[in-house]
Design a protein around this ligand. Structure first.
Ligand SMILES: [Zn+2]
Length: 276
């Protein structure tokens, strides 16, 4: 068969106009609804969208949402060893104290981004209703400076290689977004230890936290992607819709969910001393 000049009648060209119009319509709708940038509005709108269609990765394919992957004010933000928070000294402007209650102990008076705080309070109620005890909040929002201190402490305690697996450099910690929480259930032991994953509460969290918009960010099997050891206590708030899709599709990392490259190590020596 003679080779001819390839004629790119791409499906995008043939079916393009109606498809583009449909996408543009949805995008405009999303932009109109999300213009204010409120996390609550985003959540509500995504839930409505999901009820309407439920294709697994509508969210992932939306340019508008993908643009939010670098926005530390967005629940979609992805922070890992390749993706420093920008600006690196970012501080969320909607931090609120997580409410202590009969189902949640926040005696450390820690703060989270508002939506994540409400979701955690809701999850604590679910945990308690399931007979799994009272949730204790060990760590939540951490400022850049605090993270720097913490990292230096871990290096002293464990040596650098181990510290890198256990803790993040300042500017690279999900805790700085106000969307990450370290939790335990003291009556079941194993607080901030890998064995928490084997306690009934740890198992309940692994199975149910997605319903409240959380994912267990660092699993036993994902160190080669995330660069972090297993942390069954570290929850990352991603919003109920992303968490639902994440769970429904058996996704194990945010990198996989959003189609981002693995980030097992920091990229270069230039990021070496962020803990200045
Ligand atoms: Zn953590």
């Amino acid at each position: 068969m003679p080779q001819s000049t390839p004629l790119y009648r791409r499906p995008a060209f043939v079916f393009g106009p109606p498809l583009v119009m449909a996408i543009a319509g949805v995008t405009l709708l999303i932009q109109a609804a999300f213009g204010a940038g409120s996390l609550g509005v985003v959540k509500q709108k995504l839930e409505t969208l999901a009820e309407a269609e439920t294709p697994a990765f509508t969210i992932r394919e939306s340019d508008w949402v993908r643009a939010k992957l670098t926005d530390p004010n967005s629940v979609f933000v992805v922070v890992n060893k390749h993706r420093q928070i920008n600006p690196k000294s970012f501080e969320p402007n909607d931090l609120v104290k997580v409410q202590s209650s009969k189902t949640l102990d926040n005696s450390r008076k820690l703060v989270l981004s508002q939506e994540a705080a409400s979701a955690l309070e809701e999850m604590a109620q679910g945990l308690s209703a399931a007979g799994q005890g009272k949730l204790f909040l060990n760590s939540a929002y951490r400022s850049y400076d605090y993270q720097a201190e913490l990292f230096i402490g871990k290096v002293k305690q464990y040596g650098k290689a181990e510290a890198l697996l256990k803790s993040a450099r300042a500017g690279y910690s999900e805790h700085q977004t106000g969307l990450a929480a370290d939790v335990s259930v003291p009556e079941q032991g194993c607080a901030i230890l890998a064995c928490f994953g084997n306690t009934p509460a740890g198992k309940w969290i692994h199975e149910h936290s997605w319903k409240y918009g959380f994912i267990v960010r660092y699993l036993e099997t994902t160190t080669s992607t995330t660069g972090y050891a297993y942390e069954p206590w570290h929850l990352r708030y991603v919003g109920k819709e992303v968490a639902r899709l994440y769970h429904a599709n058996g996704i194990q990392t945010l990198e996989e969910f959003w189609g981002l490259p693995p980030a097992p190590d920091y990229l270069s020596a230039t990021t070496e001393s962020t803990s200045n």
